[in-house]
Design a protein around this ligand. Structure first.
Ligand SMILES: [Zn+2]
Length: 303
């Protein structure tokens, strides 16, 4: 009986607190309206550069009088995204889609190329993307028609687009697409605009080489970056974002190496290593352990 009395008393106190909370807390603000499923935006200050976003993925396309250069179909698990992408292009121009260029070989960015191929596009990707996709044989992800080694320049209808392989980073097949006149790059998944790389971003990745690739990308002439996932508030990336990502990775690598040398990889390094000067990056708490785990694999096991 004594226990029951105690429970009743506690229940009364909790209920009392809930009532007080209800009286003093304002009603929550209504949630902002959900963004539309997809959207096409012309990049400010350009004549012909667009971003097509579908949910949380996006791709660049360039419209010229001689045809369109499209990139990444972003249709993994949703073929309707590529259909919408092609329809959006057709609203802007009657010119043919001449190219579809893959940023790297991961399905979430390059599955769904069929509507582009059907429209006559030539699919271009880094040579390792082609090699991998030939082996993987994913039904939704078309194998590129043409492969790029270190560099290729595409000129179409007065627009120049340079494709640069700046080394292995988040994948071993990432192409940086540079519009030299506009000083814009389209670069996917290896620079995350103030965010700690996610579990999926480090799952297929190359420590050390990733840093070198960021340095090489920073030697190219650009000042704005279109990312493969929308930045905070939909903003484009900056060189400062890439410099921050590089600084984060340099310190991560150095701290994890120390932990590895002390025999602490994988545990307790994943719990002990922390980078306080980067703790304000987005997703730091959520993803720092995945990053430590990946770099522990590198320094501790040669993986
Ligand atoms: Zn990726």
């Amino acid at each position: 009986m004594k226990n029951k009395t105690t429970s009743v008393a506690i229940a009364f106190i909790v209920a009392g607190n809930a009532a007080a909370y209800a009286q003093t807390t304002p009603a929550p603000a209504p949630a902002p309206p959900a963004p539309p499923l997809f959207a096409t935006t012309k990049v400010e200050g350009t004549d012909n550069v667009y971003v097509f976003r579908y949910q949380n993925h996006q791709a660049m396309f360039v419209v010229t009088p001689a045809g369109v250069i499209a990139t990444d179909p972003i249709s993994y698990g949703r073929p309707q995204a590529a259909e919408a992408y092609v329809a959006e292009i057709k609203k802007i121009t009657g010119a043919p889609i001449r190219y579809l260029i893959y940023s790297h070989h991961h399905y979430d960015h390059v599955a769904g190329g069929k509507p582009f191929k059907d429209a006559g596009a030539t699919i271009v990707a880094h040579k390792r993307a082609k090699e991998r996709l030939e082996i993987l044989k994913d039904a939704a992800t078309l194998v590129p028609d043409e492969a790029v080694d270190d560099k290729r320049v595409i000129e179409l209808g007065g627009t120049v687009l340079e494709l640069h392989f700046t080394g292995r980073n988040h994948s071993d097949s990432s192409l940086v697409m540079l519009l030299p006149k506009e000083k814009i790059i389209f670069a996917v998944d290896f620079n995350q605009l103030g965010s700690v790389p996610s579990r999926l971003a480090v799952n297929d990745s190359y420590p050390i080489e990733w840093e070198a690739s960021l340095k090489r990308t920073l030697t190219l002439g650009w000042d704005r970056m279109i990312p493969g996932h929308p930045g905070p508030g939909g903003r484009l990336g900056t060189r400062a974002d890439m410099e921050q990502q590089l600084a984060f990775m340099t310190e991560l690598s150095s701290e994890v190496k120390k932990a590895s040398d002390a025999g602490k990889c994988f545990d307790p390094a994943s719990k002990e290593v922390r980078l306080p000067s980067f703790a304000n990056m987005r997703n730091y708490e959520q993803d720092i352990e995945w990053n430590i785990h990946r770099w522990c694999g590198y320094w501790g096991r040669g993986i």
